[in-house]
Design a protein around this ligand. Sequence first.
Ligand SMILES: [Zn+2]
Length: 88
Amino acid sequence: MDNTKGQVITYKSQLIFPAFHSSCGGSTENSEEVWVAATPYLKGVPCPYCADPEPERQTSYTLAEVDNKLKTNLSAYPLWQVITLIRQ
Ligand SMILES: [Zn+2]
């Protein structure tokens, strides 16, 4: 959001409707496919930022980090017990 902070975007001297998305799956839709009205400047376009249609986000933590964040004590147990616990 900081990239557009302070900008005013107009279309035919009117403020635009600044639609935005977190993930579109690779292309946006024409406004009339999503809302009621066809808006000339809201046309479907390919979106390189969301090129992966099924984005997968993954992160890793050590057990000590999990314990610290969740206030648990998983690192005190053998790993097989922790895995069993997580799968339940
Ligand atoms: Zn997108």
